[in-house]
Ligand binder design. Structure first.
Ligand code: SF4
Ligand code: SF4
Length: 320
């Protein structure tokens, strides 16, 4: 697979990022856990209807994919060198300076869906992307034709209306961004819509008809880890920082740190309280004096509801 950018910024010009790059080998790696049941999309949607249960995005329930994919790409580069001799190369996965989805789409890994992710007719979209920049000319592979057609399921289901138009995502509205990358206070207008999602959001992918063809991983790395499997929000909220570090060792979740973890859980507990889970109040009260102003602010928001609001939490489509 080959990509030689003629236009765009430095991000879009591999040779400026890694001097000498002539081609980019793109790769994808399926991540659905090995024991994922049939009708898994319905199983995932049903989690959103249990407000006291924490929901972690599917890709983050096992081992940190950065480590898994990077080491496999490094091994692939070694195997290529065994065939062709030494090459200059550098491996990337989920790296900010790389336009990953665009490289994947241009090299035929799939097309960009209306939700902006890459998807494929044989494999849906539940896969990670990675790249090897090489200083060796390779014959290019062609892009594939898009197959979204008139479907708009991902746009329609997005709880925060983050997909503004086909292929246009406002990251500032996206629950994945808000619960993972966003460092500060979560804008209040999105808190109720977050529901019980404490790390990421899969809704646009769950709704995608092509994901009935999503492929299970063959690797144990992505098996669901017990501490993150359908746990009560209150239990996770009670974790000390040491508990958090221990339970998330080797998991991508560790990257957000304990403070953001508690922030997300406070929002979810507030939504559980609104849905009638009165035990959520005790869990929140126990963190009311937390040293972090960020955590305290979200706890106060969560507690600022009386049980008279019960039952008025939005459903997983963001509808009241
Ligand atoms: S991840 Fe969730 S919030 Fe973000 S675009 Fe998809 S459905 Fe919307
Ligand atoms: S849900 Fe429909 S519009 Fe969205 S990516 Fe999948 S096929 Fe395309």
């Amino acid at each position: 697979m080959h990509y030689m950018a003629a236009h765009g910024t430095r991000r879009a010009r591999p040779a400026e990022l890694v001097p000498g790059t002539v081609s980019v080998i793109t790769a994808r790696m399926d991540y659905l856990p090995r024991d994922t049941p049939g009708e898994w999309q319905q199983v995932e949607f049903s989690r959103l209807d249990r407000p006291s249960e924490a929901v972690v995005s599917l890709y983050a329930r096992g081992r940190d994919y950065h480590k898994v994919l990077r080491s496999r790409l490094a091994r692939l580069a070694v195997r290529i060198e065994e065939e062709v001799g030494p090459i200059g190369h550098r491996v990337f996965t989920d790296s900010a300076p790389v336009l990953e989805a665009e490289l994947a789409a241009r090299s035929g890994q799939g097309w960009r869906g209306k939700h902006t992710l890459v998807l494929d007719r044989q494999g849906g979209s539940m896969f990670f992307l990675g790249e090897i920049y090489v200083d060796m000319a390779l014959p290019p592979t062609a892009p594939v034709t898009p197959h979204c057609g008139s479907c708009s399921a991902c746009i329609d289901i997005c709880p925060t209306r983050a997909i503004l138009a086909p292929g246009r995502l406002d990251a500032r509205r996206c629950i994945s961004y808000l619960t993972i990358e966003h460092p500060g206070s979560i804008p209040p207008e999105f808190r109720r819509l977050i529901g019980n999602r404490i790390y990421g959001c899969d809704d646009c992918q769950l709704a995608c008809p092509w994901n009935k063809f999503a492929v299970r991983s063959t690797l144990p790395d992505f098996d669901v880890r017990a501490p993150l499997s359908a746990r009560p929000l209150a239990e996770l909220f009670a974790w000390t920082e040491q508990d958090f570090l221990r339970h998330t060792e080797g998991s991508p979740i560790r990257r957000i740190g304990h403070e953001r973890w508690l922030r997300n859980l406070a929002v979810a507990l507030g939504n559980a309280l609104r849905a009638g889970d009165l035990a959520a109040r005790d869990a929140l009260l126990a963190r009311r004096e937390h040293p972090s102003a960020l955590v305290r602010e979200h706890v106060e928001w969560a507690l600022a509801v009386d049980s008279g609001d019960a039952g008025s939490a939005p459903d997983h489509r963001g509808e009241l």
